[in-house]
Structures are given as structure tokens and as C-alpha cells.
Design a binder for this molecule. Structure first.
Ligand code: PXL
Length: 264
């Protein structure tokens, strides 16, 4: 028997067969954090580093059966959700999280690929906010996702603050809005802001200029989940995960003919 039992992390997300985002990236990140990775697949996408060509969603039942199989067998220390393509899948995920009492949930509200492919429809986005946000330890929208969730452009720090407040108002416990840059220090810093009911915190890292790197959101949310699985408090879990993502952007390698994926 292995004395060094590794915490089990579960990703509930889509598959990018080229390994740049989604379940494959999540599992690699869990491994880098000494967690045992498990995955329930919500959608198969057809994509590579040059773009997304299509996708086929799983049903609510097949997603539920995957989560149930893992949850009935293992003690799951943390969960992250990524691409949840339909309202039915989101409802099944929310119901499973309640039924199996899954904790340390990180919800990455994936809406659209970097290349512009819609990964979720509008009805599903509303369900995601209503059903899953209240169950999450933290939700991690980027600027574009935050705009889609609150409905309107965000062009200032005030706009960011009010988007954070709106998402807290809709039941989120903590909201990390990933800015990519801050409005005032562009392009010197990559700034993310954490909103909780009683505080706002800023996380800053070096802004790495260049073509967009694929898989950063998946990596960040998986790294936060892995840190929570190891018992880190949320603030430290995010700070460490951001450093991990910055390193994996800095060392991103050209493995195809399009966007470079994060190097993990
Ligand atoms: O980066 C968002 C994302 C998440 N999950 C899957 C994806 C993408 C973007 O392409 O394909 C499966």
C-alpha cells in the first residue's frame, strides 16, 4: 500500500484531442501537483492548435454515470468544471455535486474558445450561473466570459468591480476575474481580481506579450482545484496557481501550426 496517498481530483470538462485545453490539460496539471487525476467527459471537440472544427456533447445521463462511478469509489478532494455544453449537462453536474457531496469545486465558466468557437449556448450559461455558481468555492471567468455573464462590455476597473459584485449577487461565493492585463498598467502586468463578499484582492504577474497561448484557463482552474485538494486556503491556492500558469505561458512550445498551448 502506498503511504503517500495522493488526493483525487476530478475534472468535468470537454476533450481537446490536441492536448492544449480541456480534460487532457486538466489531468496533466493534476499530475504536476501530485494529485491523482480523474475525468468525466462532457463533450468531444474536434480541434487542434489552429482552431475548433466542431463538437459532440455527452448526454446528462452519460455525464452523471461517469461522475457517479468515480464518486462511489474514491474520495474526491476537489473538482473543477470546464466546458459544460448544455443546460441538461449543467443540471446533471449540479445534481451530482449535491448528491455525492463534492467539495472544493472550482467552476471555470467556459464560453468560447480562443479561436472564437462557441462552447456553450445562452440557455446553458444562465443555468451555469444559477445552478453551479452557488456550489463553487470560486468561479474563474476571464474578461470576455464575465462580459457575457453580466451582459455588457467591461472597460474600466469600476466595470470590473461591478461585474464581480453582480456575480456575487447571483450566488457566487468568490469570483476571480482574469483580466489578462489591468486597465491602468497595460501591458506591464497580468492582473486577476478576486471578489468575495467582504474583500477584493489583486493578483499580479508579469504580462507575457505575444500571440495568445491556448489552455491557460483550464490550467489555472485545475491548479487552483489541486491546491485546494492539498488543503491550501483559497487565496494561496490562487496565488500559486497563477505563478504556475505564468511559467507555463513563458515556456509554451510550438507543437503545431497555430496557437502555442501552455507547456505543462
Ligand atoms: O479554453 C477553453 C476550453 C475548454 N475546454 C475545451 C476547449 C476549450 C477551448 O478551446 O476546447 C474542451
Amino acid at each position: 500500500m502506498n503511504e503517500d496517498l495522493r488526493p483525487v481530483c476530478l475534472t468535468i470538462a470537454g476533450v481537446d484531442p490536441s492536448g492544449g485545453a480541456g480534460v487532457l490539460t486538466d489531468i496533466k496539471t493534476f499530475a504536476r501537483y501530485d494529485c491523482f487525476g480523474t475525468g468525466a467527459i462532457t463533450s468531444l471537440t474536434f480541434q487542434n492548435t489552429t482552431g475548433v472544427f466542431g463538437s459532440v456533447s455527452q448526454s446528462a445521463e452519460t455525464v452523471y454515470q461517469q461522475i457517479k462511478a468515480v464518486a462511489e469509489d474514491m474520495e474526491i478532494a476537489a473538482v473543477k468544471t470546464g466546458m459544460l455544453p448544455t443546460r441538461e449537462v449543467i443540471e446533471a453536474v449540479a445534481a451530482s455535486i449535491a448528491e455525492f457531496e463534492l467539495r472544493n469545486l472550482v467552476v471555470d465558466p467556459v464560453v468560447r474558445s480562443t479561436s472564437g468557437f462557441d462552447l456553450i449556448d445562452d440557455a446553458a450559461l444562465d443555468a451555469l450561473v444559477e445552478k453551479l455558481f452557488p456550489l463553487a468555492a470560486v468561479v474563474t471567468p476571464n474578461l470576455a466570459e464575465a462580459e457575457r455573464i453580466v451582459g455588457g462590455r467591461i472597460v474600466s476597473i469600476d466595470g470590473l468591480n461591478s461585474a464581480g459584485a453582480k456575480m456575487l449577487g447571483r450566488g457566487a461565493n468568490a469570483v476571480l476575474i482574469k483580466g489578462g492585463h489591468s486597465f491602468e498598467d497595460r501591458p506591464a502586468k497580468a492582473v486577476d481580481r478576486l471578489y468575495r463578499r467582504d474583500e477584493t484582492k489583486k493578483f499580479e504577474a508579469e504580462f507575457i506579450a505575444g500571440e495568445p497561448v491556448h489552455g491557460t484557463g483550464c490550467t489555472l482552474s485545475s491548479a487552483i482545484a489541486a491546491n485546494l485538494a492539498h488543503g491550501k486556503p483559497l487565496y494561496d491556492a490562487i496565488g500559486d496557481a497563477k505563478r504556475f500558469v505564468t511559467d507555463s505561458i513563458r515556456t509554451a512550445v510550438m507543437v503545431g501550426h497555430g496557437n502555442r498551448p501552455v507547456n505543462i
